[in-house]
Design a protein around this ligand. Sequence first.
Ligand SMILES: [Zn+2]
Ligand SMILES: [Zn+2]
Length: 145
Amino acid sequence: MRSLDLLLELFRQNGLKITPQRRVILELLANDDSHPTAEQVYQRVLSVMPEVSRTTVYNTLRELSELGELTPVHDLSEGGQRYDTNSETHHHLYCVRCHRLIDIDRDFEGLSLAPEERSGYQILSRQVTFYGVCPDCQAAEPETE
Ligand SMILES: [Zn+2]
Ligand SMILES: [Zn+2]
């Protein structure tokens, strides 16, 4: 995702009005690498701007996705679609307990499919996910039930 200034510029170029609500949403997202759900973004905006509507937040997320600044994260979502503010190709570490998702800054060189493995598919993207238990969850007491 670009810096706040570039995002504002991008919105202007695309004829999208920069309302105070949108500005706050962009500000929050520009500094967020937690892969939040739309609802989490809404709650964060709400805490600084109590009058914001859910529709405004959801629409802004959709606009950012259409502009290529947000990427939906597939299959690692509890409680709704998560959004990735890192629009570069990258990989993930995923905590199976608390669902924390962090980026891995490494290119897995040579990760590709041979023609006979592709089943005729045209490959659009690839993503590696490592599943595990994060340090916080390892440190936490095992749940007693
Ligand atoms: Zn965890
Ligand atoms: Zn990511």
